[in-house]
Ligand binder design. Structure first.
Ligand code: DAH
Length: 359
């Protein structure tokens, strides 16, 4: 039989010389694998006579154990070294100073969302969310806009690719109103939510961008009426525009999902070239609203004989432009740093009703 001592030295030297985990594994296979050196010697034991076999067997087992242990120890050392090397490579120097020359600014749309949310939260509204990719039921049908309804044309819908499984084509939601449906489907009234979010229409010019933002509002309870709708929205515009009194008027309008429907105008003045909210003899439309149509309640499993509600929807870019004097809608999405520095907000000035929406 081969000199076991020489083999032992050779294998242990190879284990200790292995500089990485891959080499170490090759050593393991060479020693202990199916065709390994020690395994090979084990196989020859059968040729020895019983006395010799016993002694040789013990020596080989001891060798196998020793080499196995040496490999495990070496593996632990190499693994730790590998981890150290990785941590060293990923090290971040936290003593580097922050760069004061380019502080981030909060985008006016984010600021407007925060302001609107703060105002409605103080009135007891919760924030509800829904997906950007919607289906026909939530975006149209359940909102009392059946397939042939002319209102569908006004929505310039972006449809996604045909799923190819016989199912309908998904679409990008054209308004935040589908969140009304999702909320009513899984909540028992009383309901009081706003749903801020992205909306999409295939439309692009001076006053339209293919992606824009809306906030939806929904209140459903047993005795909810038009007076609640008016009071809530009048309070909202006063708080949002930060003026003690704003003239408002509700003009009859049409939306398939509300009956009656109205558009809310606020008083303003265009005198002197600028726009002043809350004074003067002009009117400006700012949102659509109405009492939730009984068909919509029914589609969501809410009994219109027991419950009624009001809803409203307003465009974020529009109210941001009015409040902050931003003249062009498209600039919101230009990602122009100079624009952001001018119209953006300091990151830590979180709008609150107590501390002031804008400082
Ligand atoms: N979804 C409407 C739109 O995008 C806005 C709207 C109008 C929402 C009246 C409402 C509402 O909830 O009651 O044009």
């Amino acid at each position: 039989m081969e000199d076991v001592d020489a083999l032992r030295r050779e294998l242990l030297d190879a284990v200790n010389a292995a500089g990485d985990l891959e080499t170490l594994d090759q050593v393991r296979v060479r020693a202990l694998g199916k065709k390994g050196r020690i395994t090979g010697l084990m196989k020859t034991l059968g040729d020895l006579d019983p006395e010799e076999r016993k002694a040789a067997g013990q020596r080989l087992n001891a060798l196998k154990e020793e080499v196995g242990e040496a490999i495990e120890q070496r593996r632990a050392v190499l693994e730790e070294a590998a981890l150290d090397a990785q941590l060293e490579a990923e090290k971040v120097d936290i003593t580097l100073p922050a760069r004061p020359e380019s502080p981030g600014r909060v985008h006016p749309i984010s600021q407007t969302f925060d302001e609107v949310t703060a105002i409605f939260a103080a009135m007891g509204f919760e924030v509800a969310e829904g997906p950007d990719i919607e289906d026909d039921f939530h975006n149209f049908n359940a909102l009392n806009i059946p397939p042939e309804h002319p209102a569908r044309q006004m929505h310039d819908t972006f449809y996604l690719a045909d799923p190819g499984d016989g199912g309908e084509r998904p679409l990008l939601r054209t308004h935040t109103s589908p969140v009304q449906i999702r909320t009513m489907q899984h909540t028992t009234p009383p309901i009081r939510v706003i749903a801020p979010g992205r909306t999409f229409r295939c439309d692009s010019d001076m006053t339209h961008t293919p992606m824009f933002h809306q906030v939806e509002g929904l209140v459903v309870d047993r005795t909810t009426h038009m007076g609640h709708l008016k009071g809530c929205l009048i309070d909202f515009v006063k708080a949002y525009f930060e003026v003690p009194d704003v003239p408002t008027r509700f003009r009859p309008s049409f939306f398939p999902f509300t009956e009656p429907s109205a558009e809310m105008d606020i008083g303003c003045s265009h005198q002197g070239g600028g726009l002043t909210i809350g004074a003067g003899d002009d009117w400006m439309e700012i949102l659509g609203c109405g009492m939730v149509h009984p068909n919509v309640l029914t589609a969501c499993g809410i009994d219109p004989e027991v419950y009624q509600g009001f809803a409203f929807g307003l465009g974020m870019e529009r109210i941001a432009m009015l409040k902050y004097g931003i003249p062009d809608l498209r600039t919101f999405f230009d990602a122009d740093l100079r624009w952001l520095r001018h119209y953006g907000f300091a990151a830590l000035d979180v709008p609150t009703l107590a501390g002031g929406l804008t400082r």
